[in-house]
Design a protein around this ligand. Structure first.
Ligand SMILES: [Zn+2]
Length: 185
């Protein structure tokens, strides 16, 4: 009767099951009996056992320094702080750009007013025409700048999102300016 491969103690299949600790109690008993009488299997088994012990007692993987977690947390916190700082700086830059654009607009307005006053002083005849022209130019200038200013203010609000206090202030400021110019125009 040919021996079943799974029962052949010299087959790879059997050795795999031995190494996987996959033998039944009966098979284990027969295996120990076989080892006692078969020198070839006994020597091979002892060699495998030595390798197994070697692997078990091999140097453990390098231990992480005790402060590793603490340092990692600190680094992450630092990165978050940096990101917050960067978003704050971006907000400041946007605020500065909006203020700068507003400044240009204000300069233009001031120059227009000065021109209007000069017109009043130089000639009563062209007074009305010059004043109206100045007002028209002033209104046009403000209207040209308004979309840009509102766009920048909106971008600022988006960037500063949970702490959009500054952007809100800018927005309120421009709303007030717009209502002022609406009153003058
Ligand atoms: Zn054997």
């Amino acid at each position: 009767m040919p021996r079943n491969d799974i029962d052949d103690m010299h087959s790879d299949a059997w050795w795999m099951r031995v190494m996987d600790n996959d033998l039944t109690l009966d098979e284990e008993r027969r295996w120990q009996a076989h080892l006692a009488e078969c020198q070839m299997c006994r020597l091979e088994w002892e060699a495998i056992a030595r390798v197994d012990v070697m692997l078990r007692t091999a140097a453990p993987p390098p231990k992480l320094p005790d402060d590793f977690t603490m340092r990692t947390v600190t680094q992450i916190t630092r990165k978050q702080k940096l990101r917050r700082l960067l978003s704050f700086m971006a907000g400041v830059v946007i605020f500065a750009v909006v203020a700068w654009a507003g400044g240009i607009c204000f300069d233009v307005t001031l120059a227009s007013v000065v021109r209007a006053v000069n017109a009043v002083i130089s000639s009563r005849q062209i007074l009305l025409a010059a004043f109206v022209r100045t007002l028209v130019g002033l209104t046009a200038t403000v209207q040209t700048f308004l979309p840009l200013m509102f766009g920048l203010a909106a971008a600022g609000m988006l960037f500063l999102a949970p702490n959009s206090l500054m952007a809100t202030a800018v927005f309120v400021w421009y709303r007030r300016r717009r209502s002022q110019s609406a009153r003058t125009g």
